[in-house]
Design a binder for this molecule. Structure first.
Ligand code: FAD
Ligand code: FES
Length: 355
């Protein structure tokens, strides 16, 4: 029989139950207790917390995200750690004002659209059996037929909680993509998922102009944020500029280009800036961090949201900091995959950087 233990979370003083086969992060998020987290697969180190009392199974924690000295000092990665007995942990539970946390839940749904929108990129629309409450920018864990799961950011806005849109890029020999989403999955299929996850989401309390920067399908959560802001604008509650960069290698990777161009034509506060790095075209050529540095020699006063492959995210973050944007105004989502996990990920060293 599966045993259940008690997890006590300091400094909140919250107590909750966690099964021996459940991660501590999962138990916390399902009980509405917020703990910092990003990748939820033991790669980034965001969920590192001290185990003050009791024994935990450290799970599949990356040796780079949880180094030997962390292990010696009693730290664990909450997204992969499971309790072996009753435990007390101390988490960094601070969140900015104005953020509503939605507990993680399980959902079933039906694939109602599956379209190729760029080479090796599919749009997946899932109609859920019940509404999913989330913050714009968050992601879901899509369950694979083999029982594993993969994170995918929600591209639709929270105002549409019954139907979510995902943008999925094919990974060569990838289990979820090459082996399922780009192979067998079809419109009409039943799927299951859980969510919402992540701390890469629009922060209303910032009340600043936005710079949104994505590469490839890193556009997905930025589209959710933008659509949310457009709704605020429709209600007369938005008064800042928004600049969105979409980095791709070739022009045909600029999916949803017409939609973003139309949005820019309709709203004078919004600017859409494709960044095509490897092909001549009628627009500007270059990677996102390069175009950003040209456009924003001084970026202070903005809030920036960066999302996509880890090397683009890291380079863009450095470019923003060089332009004097404080780390407290930068949010990042690294699309880590199994290859990154095997290589140890791209662990952020500064505790000031938001993930
Ligand atoms: C928070 C978050 C949000 C994300 N959101 C999105 C999104 O919105 N859209 C999106 O497209 N992706 C997103 N991703 C990435 C996505 O979750 C998957 O990682 C991606 O789809 C690959 O899954 P897969 O099962 O097809 O590939 P995997 O089987 O996980 O493999 C990925 C690649 O690594 C290689 N590989 C596997 N194992 C190893 C190994 N041991 N050593 C070396 N190489 C290896 C594979 O051949 C493959 O090319 C997100 C990731 C995170 C962390
Ligand atoms: S959220 Fe736990 S290591 Fe990334």
């Amino acid at each position: 029989m599966t045993e259940t233990f008690t997890v006590h979370v300091e400094p909140l003083g919250a107590t909750l139950s966690c099964r021996e086969d459940q991660t501590i992060l999962d138990a916390c998020l399902r009980n509405g207790v917020w703990l910092p987290h990003a990748c939820t697969h033991g790669t980034c180190g965001t969920c590192k917390a001290e185990v003050l009392d009791g024994d935990v199974d450290l799970g599949d924690a990356s040796p780079y995200a949880l180094v030997d000295s962390d292990r010696d000092d009693g730290f664990a990665l909450m997204c992969v750690a499971k309790p072996c007995e009753d435990v007390v942990i101390e988490g960094d539970v601070d969140l900015e004002d104005g953020v509503e946390i939605h507990p993680v839940r399980d959902f079933s749904g039906t694939v109602t659209a599956l379209d190729d929108i760029a080479p090796d990129v599919r749009r997946l629309v899932i109609t859920l059996s019940e509404p999913l409450a989330f913050n714009p920018g968050q992601y879901v864990q899509l369950n694979l037929p083999d029982g594993d799961n993969r994170p995918y950011s929600i591209a639709s806005p929270p105002s549409e909680p019954d139907v979510i849109e995902l943008h999925v890029k094919r990974s060569p020999d990838g289990v979820a993509t090459d082996g399922w989403i780009f192979a067998d999955l079809a419109s009409g299929d039943e799927v299951s998922l859980s969510g919402p996850y992540g701390q890469f989401f629009y922060r209303p309390a910032k009340d600043k102009p936005l710079i949104l920067l994505g590469s490839g399908t890193g556009l997905a959560p930025l589209k959710s944020i933008l659509r949310h802001v457009m709704e605020l604008d429709d209600e007369g509650e938005w008064e800042h500029d928004v600049v969105l960069y979409h980095g791709v290698a070739q022009v045909d990777g600029l999916y949803d280009r017409d939609w973003f161009s139309d949005a820019a034509d309709e709203r004078d506060w919004f600017s859409y800036r494709p960044a095509v790095s490897r092909e001549e075209h009628e627009g500007r050529r270059g990677r996102v961090p390069v175009l950003l540095a040209e456009d924003f020699p001084k970026a202070g006063g903005n809030a920036a949201y960066i999302c996509g492959n880890p090397s683009m995210v890291e380079d863009t973050m450095k470019a923003l900091m060089k332009s004097r944007l404080f780390p407290r105004d930068i949010y990042r989502e690294d699309f880590f995959d199994s290859a990154d996990r095997a290589a140890g990920g791209h662990v952020v060293r500064s505790p000031l950087i938001k993930r």
